[in-house]
Write a protein that binds this ligand. Structure first.
Ligand code: NDP
Ligand code: HEM
Length: 480
């Protein structure tokens, strides 16, 4: 007994018996004053929290980001200076499946990173694709509804998916990636990550650069065909968890090369396409990727719930030297995530150890449910601002350079003048014959049961990307 800790109540008192209920006589009934039994059952009732509304199924690990390149002329962000090493957390996910869904499903993968920098947490909440299905946030909730279950059948609905995509041609680039090999990686370690949006970097001279972040897998790209994935799921629904957890336990640490593409602020106006449009990449030929550093995952969480399920990533978390951009999708996300966290985890979700910055935190927020820190000003008399009691004050050095904006406030048709097809064509042209065949087959398979009118509408979009694309899908569908 002596070498084992004593089991206690949550209030710290020793528990005399954790196996036999308190009863009137050996056969019962139970007595209400068996408070430990009541507490045990009550705790179990509260073990689940709301799952993420999207990206509910995920896998994560701790690691480090080491900067090996030199971005100092673009940014004053301490986390991006040469030689700096920053502890970080990564969470990968599928988008549509609920918690516990099979890992090896065809879907976009989330690639969420939290860097615990000395200037606060920087979160880069991206995907394994450089683009997205829509470019206006008004469409996001509708898009997600098409990925989730049908209200009546309670099944996923290929009709809803293809109906939406065929009515939103801006989705064709991302749809092409989703149904290509990269739409079903064998593990989180065998895929790239992309910040996807255009963000910004700024330096102490007040210069701003637009930037795209990329994380290139050093494990190489590996994918499952649909048939291979079905086989894997038949054996294990947790193939990603097994692969990531297992690799890190073995000391086989996965790594990604961090790269950026950089564009001077003023050049955005000269681009033939809108560089803030999330359905577009910046061609590498025009904006060559620059190596920045290496991200390595090297520690498994000790408690999945505390460190991965309770992790709260948000594009609103930026640090001095890194900023947002006019991308409308990004701006909506700046609001959406912290709001989701307050609902999912509570007002003070940033008090949770996994979300807490590893630098001093001072603010005037007070009270509230599950407040674990009290007012964080460092002085109980300084609980409002301005004050005469040495309470924390703002630091103007953290201010971004001013951003010139112009234009009439209006609801602008986002599809107007937008070329939805060229970049999807550039991608299609990168595929070899085998990749094209698998693309056609994957699409045809997913269109099973979809009304012909919707299929024909979508074939029209494939044809605008490339006639071979539409023909290939038509053949795979067995239609003319
Ligand atoms: P490049 O040929 O210079 O860039 C090709 C990029 O495409 C590389 O990053 C490569 O990623 C990636 N790629 C190569 N094969 C595939 C594939 N089978 N499926 C998905 N991605 C692949 O051309 P551009 O920069 O002009 O881009 C052409 C097209 O490539 C784009 O329209 C876009 O669809 C896709 N792409 C472009 C990216 C960009 O940031 N410019 C990023 C990712 C994709 P890797 O090095 O990992 O093999
Ligand atoms: C998760 C909203 C677009 C990547 C989430 C969550 C919400 C959300 C509410 C759940 C957060 C939580 O409960 O913790 C939105 C909205 C979008 C949008 C409103 C568009 C307007 C995107 C885009 C990307 C992305 C474009 C990638 C480029 C992710 C990832 C997660 C996530 C990776 C999971 C984060 C984690 O691992 O905890 N999103 N999203 N989302 N989203 Fe988005």
């Amino acid at each position: 007994m002596a070498d084992k800790p004593t089991l206690t109540t949550t209030a710290g008192a020793p528990v005399p018996d954790n196996r036999n209920s308190l009863t009137a006589g050996p056969r019962g009934p139970l007595l209400l004053q068996d408070y430990q039994l009541i507490e045990k059952l009550a705790h179990q009732n509260r073990e689940r929290i709301p799952e993420r509304t999207v990206h509910a199924n995920g896998w994560g690990a701790h690691g480090t980001l080491k900067i090996t390149g030199d971005l100092s002329r673009y940014t004053c962000a301490k986390v991006l200076q040469p030689g700096v090493e920053t502890p970080m957390l990564a969470r990968f996910s599928t988008v549509a499946g609920e918690r516990g869904a099979a890992d090896a499903e065809r879907d976009v993968r989330g690639f969420a990173l939290k860097f615990y920098t000395e200037d606060g947490n920087w979160d880069l909440v991206g995907n394994n694709t450089p683009v997205f299905f829509v470019r206006d946030p008004y469409k996001f909730p509708d898009f997600i509804h098409t990925q989730k279950r049908h209200p009546r059948t309670n099944l996923r609905s290929p009709t809803a998916m293809w109906d939406f995509w065929s009515l939103c041609p801006e989705s064709i680039h991302q749809v092409t990636i989703l149904f290509s090999d990269r739409g079903l990686p064998v593990s989180p370690m065998h895929m790239n990550g992309y910040g996807s949006h255009t963000y910004s970097l700024w330096n102490h001279s007040g210069e701003r650069y637009w930037v795209k972040f990329h994380f290139k897998t050093q494990q190489g790209h590996k994918y499952f065909t649909n048939a291979e994935a079905a086989e894997v799921i038949g054996h294990s629904r947790e193939s990603y968890q097994e692969a990531l957890y297992g690799a890190i336990e073995r000391g086989d640490y996965p790594r990604w090369t961090m790269q950026v593409q950089v564009m001077p602020e003023k050049d955005a106006d000269k681009m033939p396409f809108n560089p803030f449009d999330l359905t577009k990449v910046w061609p590498h030929g025009d904006f060559p990727p620059i190596d920045v550093g290496v991200m390595e995952l090297n520690r498994n969480p000790d408690d999945y719930f505390a460190e991965i399920e309770q992790a709260a990533f948000s594009p609103s978390n930026i640090v001095p030297g890194i900023g947002h951009s006019p991308d409308k999708m990004l701006q909506a996300r700046i609001f959406a995530y912290a709001d989701a966290h307050r609902h999912r985890l509570g007002t003070h979700y940033e008090h949770l150890p996994i979300n807490a910055p590893k630098c001093p935190v001072h603010n005037y927020y007070r009270d509230g449910e599950m407040n674990t820190t009290g007012c964080r000003t460092g002085n109980p008399d300084a609980y409002y601002e301005p004050n005469s009691f040495a309470g924390p004050i703002a630091d103007p050095r953290a201010k971004e350079p001013p951003l010139a904006i112009s234009g009439d406030a209006d609801r602008y048709e986002h599809s107007e003048g937008n070329d939805d097809y060229s970049q999807a064509r550039a991608l299609f042209n990168l595929f070899d014959d085998g990749q094209k065949e698998r693309l056609f087959e994957n699409i045809a398979e997913s269109m099973s049961g979809v009304p012909e009118e919707i299929i024909r509408r979508q074939l029209g979009h494939f044809a605008k990307v490339h006639p071979d694309y539409a023909d290939g899908v038509r053949v795979a569908l067995g239609i003319r």
